[in-house]
Design a protein around this ligand. Structure first.
Ligand code: SAM
Length: 278
């Protein structure tokens, strides 16, 4: 269905965009095609979309993918989607909040096979939604997501920069992140106050050995708890160990005494976690 028709349908149904739900829709065909191309989805893939909106991206995904499960929280969109996605046999719209579903409930909907996430994410919960997928046992093959530009910068920040954070390391533990394109705010209706970017994250299995994941995450959380504190101070508070012991551990890993967490790479954190109490 042409996207001009989709906007007519929204108008006919007197749909009012809900800012609190992060409703910034895309109608531009070139951009929709570009997002689908960036995701690398093929007819063998099952796609999970978060936030169906008026179904513009859903329809494009359905043309390429084997099956699309699209999750939406706003039930006012049901009547709109009945029209805009009519006849799309391989699309299932699920009116549920994935943030409130357990892994088992999610799997009961989409089945046990592999899947890829593709979404123009609602701005108010971009990072929690990404974390929902990369930190769970769900292990999608990849996530291709539209996020605010500053979130994109954080997801793939370089070690030692102001954007480098616990989120950057969580993404790196999961896989490889690339920004595939930046997107001007005027490509959305209504236009948000910030520009956006499409980020693709490809899962790299066993980047951190399964038995070590918990300990590495704990060390990362501790190191970034107070950004201005030294690593040794942060470790001392988080692990409940004397400062002298924390300093010894830091030195034993070959880091300088006043190093801060933002200077450590993922490999450094793996090494550090092995030296810390479990
Ligand atoms: N995919 C559409 C597009 O590109 O035009 C809509 C994208 S819009 C940025 C985000 C959509 O996510 C909105 O329709 C909003 O209602 C929905 N949404 C917000 N929170 C959600 C949640 N927790 N789970 C699923 N959908 C959600």
């Amino acid at each position: 269905m042409e996207n001009i028709v989709v906007s007519d349908i929204l108008r006919q149904k007197e749909f009012r965009f809900n800012k609190a739900l992060g409703q910034n829709f895309i109608f531009d065909s070139n951009l929709l095609d570009a997002i689908v191309a960036d995701s690398g989805v093929t007819g063998f893939d099952t796609v999970v979309e978060i936030g169906t909106g008026a179904g513009t991206l859903t329809a494009r995904l359905a043309e390429r993918a084997g099956k699309v499960f699209s999750f939406e929280v706003d039930e006012r969109l049901k009547e709109v989607l009945d029209l805009t996605l009519r006849g799309r046999e391989n699309v299932e719209v699920v009116f549920r909040d994935v943030m409130k579903m357990s892994d088992a409930e999610f799997r009961a909907v989409i089945g046990e096979g592999s899947f890829k996430v593709v979404a123009n994410l609602p701005y108010y919960i971009t990072t929690p939604l990404i974390m929902r997928f990369i930190e769970s046992g769900l292990a999608p093959d990849s996530l291709t997501v539209m996020v605010q530009k500053e979130v994109a910068d954080r997801l793939r920040a370089r070690c030692g920069t102001a954007d480098y954070s616990a989120v950057t390391l969580a993404v790196e533990m999961f896989g490889d992140a690339t920004v595939t394109r930046t997107v001007d705010r005027h490509m959305f209706r209504p236009a948000p106050n910030v520009d956006s970017a499409v980020v693709r994250i490809d899962r790299v299995p066993e980047r951190v050995a399964e038995g070590e994941v918990k300990a590495v995450k704990r060390a990362v959380r501790a190191a970034f708890a107070m950004r201005r504190k030294t690593l040794a101070n942060n470790l001392s508070s988080a692990y409940g160990i004397p400062k002298a012991e924390a300093s010894e551990i830091v030195a034993s890993c070959g880091f300088s005494a006043d190093v801060r967490g933002e200077r450590l790479t993922l490999d450094d954190f793996i090494r550090l976690s092995r030296a810390l109490p479990r």
